[in-house]
Design a protein around this ligand. Structure first.
Ligand code: NOJ
Length: 562
């Protein structure tokens, strides 16, 4: 077969018919309450100029694919000017596009085209830290101790006789101390890589700058912001020691002196006022890792942010009891603040869920083994139908609609994740979920672009491509397309803030929402349940006999009683 080129991949044959109600939904003022939001990791989505790196033009030309997939909005991970020490989460200029991704005109064209297709655009905002190449930080270092610019970051003298020890015992999330010493002897704080110095949010210039950056992108026409490390901006007064060498164990389980401090909420109240000045119901979503869903709910009180990622859900095993528990806790926590629940299974920081579910539970969200791929995919498909049946908003990470596994065997020399190089950090293996996605069966980078790809794609990637899966009713891509189209036509999917649990065999979740019923069999055995009505969709083969349904292991079924 002749290799397909980038332009060919754009042809209609890869796109299903557009869902009828796309634009009606986009115009609803509360569109975000039940929106399905697709995360694009710009480096790895589509490369328009053949340099092996994805870019904004690549994304723009493939927006029709996303519209036809049936999502409501696209969240773009950072594409700003950056030395790329952490895949763009180290921003040197918040108002510029990195040349590797294009320029501001490309961003403008992307935002406009998305609007024409009734897709919303959410951009990433990185307010906890900048790049060490940000002008403020470079000058702060150059000007030396006493420079007023040092107050915009956390510079401190060290401890010990000659200041040779870090100012406190905090560790970087990526491993190693959270402090780096500059040539003149002072230390600066970085909760992530040394190339990502933390801003000091007590300094008024920092707040002023970010309010201005918000306006810059709102004026460009974006529909919202995903706030990176939303829980980290404010540090406990005096930067006190943690007093524990078990920081990694405490993270996410306890309030830390550098995370989830109550002071962050005042920042978001101010930001909300700015957002509400703009027309079009624009939104904020918080990346806030907190110890409990109740603390996550604090970020989405009516005068703060709109949504927060539900990492408790992402971290839950494929187990009916555990899933029921996290769904209940989430809905209960969100109800009093009136915010929609959110659901997410994968993103650019965790092992893809097709691989997580292929491995035994309890290994966390960074897994280095392929596990049982067939089992993982079966569970991933079932988990997706469960997620899309829950009330609230759902996030999809690029490539999960293809059932992509993590690439667990990347050679060490191609890895780029700074967390990998810093060793013991919790996030050490994130490159595996960032491998460029396959668009076509063949071609040098399976249609990702005309050249290579910045991380090598596995040999079997073509079979998983959008081209290979399109039109195959048994494919994961067609399952996503049908599920998303069904979600638009079934009013009970996504809406509301509660579920009515139905009695179900062990290992099975069953719930009703109006005329809609979802049954998810997480057990390793097939089970018999009532056939609740007309079968809408299933992630596996379901047999109906005399009013009963035989639901295979690791399968989710959608029914309607209408
Ligand atoms: C969370 C982002 O999702 C991750 O990719 C990044 O490394 C850290 N924040 C630091 O910005």
């Amino acid at each position: 077969m002749t290799p397909l080129r980038f332009k060919d991949a754009m042809s209609q044959q890869y796109y299903a018919t557009a869902p009828a109600s796309t634009s009606a939904k986009a115009q609803r003022s509360d569109w975000w309450r039940d929106a399905v939001i697709y995360q694009v990791y710009p480096r790895s989505f589509a490369d328009s100029n053949g340099d092996g790196m994805g870019d904004l033009e690549g994304i723009r030309t493939r927006l029709p694919y996303l519209r036809d997939l049936g999502v409501d909005a696209v969240w773009l991970s950072p594409f700003y000017a950056s030395p790329q020490a952490d895949g763009g989460y180290d921003v040197a200029d918040y108002r510029a596009v990195d040349p590797m991704f294009g320029n501001l005109l490309d961003a403008d064209a992307l935002i406009r085209d998305a609007r024409a297709l009734a897709l919303r655009i959410i951009v990433d905002l990185v307010p906890n830290h900048s790049s060490d190449q940000h002008e403020w930080f470079r000058r702060a270092v150059e000007e030396g101790p006493g420079s007023p610019l040092r107050d915009r970051y956390h510079f401190r003298p060290g401890k010990g006789e000659s200041g040779e020890l870090p100012p406190n015992d905090w560790e970087s999330i990526f491993g190693g101390p959270a402090w780096t010493r500059v040539a003149d002897g002072e230390w600066y704080l970085h909760l992530f890589a040394p190339e990502q110095p933390d801003f000091n949010w007590e300094h008024p210039a920092v707040g002023d700058e970010f309010r201005s950056i918000l306006r810059f992108w709102l004026d460009m026409g974006v529909d919202g912001f995903r706030i990176d490390v939303a829980h980290g901006l404010v540090k406990a007064e005096g930067l006190p020691d943690l007093g524990s060498h078990e920081q990694l164990k405490l993270l996410g389980n306890d309030v830390m002196p550098f995370f989830d401090q109550d002071g962050v909420h005042e920042i978001y109240r101010q930001w909300r006022l700015i957002l509400d000045e703009y027309s079009g119901e624009r939104v904020f979503v918080a990346e806030a890792w907190t110890p409990t869903v109740e603390r996550t709910a604090n970020y989405v009180r009516p005068d703060e942010l709109h949504q927060a990622f539900n990492f408790q859900y992402l971290s839950t095993a494929w187990d009916a009891e555990e899933l029921r528990g996290v769904v209940n806790r989430t809905l209960e926590a969100m109800r009093p603040v009136g915010a929609p629940a959110t659901w997410v299974l994968s993103n650019h920081d965790v092992t893809r869920h097709a691989t997580r579910f292929a491995n035994p539970p309890g290994l966390g969200t960074q897994i280095r083994t392929a596990g049982d791929r067939e089992l993982g995919l079966r569970r991933a498909r079932a988990a997706t139908l469960l997620m899309l049946a829950l009330p609230g908003s759902a996030y999809i990470y690029q490539g999960e609609e293809l059932g992509l596994p993590d690439v667990v065997d990347l050679p060490d020399e191609v890895r780029q994740d700074p967390a990998y190089f810093r060793g013991a950090g919790q996030d050490g293996f994130r490159d595996g979920c960032r491998v460029p996605i396959p668009w076509t069966r063949e071609g040098s980078s399976y249609g990702f672009g005309g050249g290579g790809s910045w991380l090598p794609q596995p040999a079997h990637w073509g079979e998983l491509s959008i081209e290979a899966q399109t039109g195959d009713p048994s494919s994961t891509l067609e399952l996503y397309r049908t599920a998303l189209a069904t979600r638009r036509t079934q009013p009970d999917l996504g809406a509301g803030d509660s579920v009515e649990w139905l009695r179900a065999p062990e290992g099975v979740l069953a719930f009703r929402r109006g005329e809609f019923v979802c049954v998810a069999n997480t057990s390793g055995e097939s089970v018999t349940t009532p056939a609740y009505g007309r079968l809408l969709l299933a992630s596996g083969e379901v047999a109906e006999v005399d009013g009963d349904a035989k639901v295979p292991a690791d399968t989710t079924v959608w029914w309607t009683t209408a």
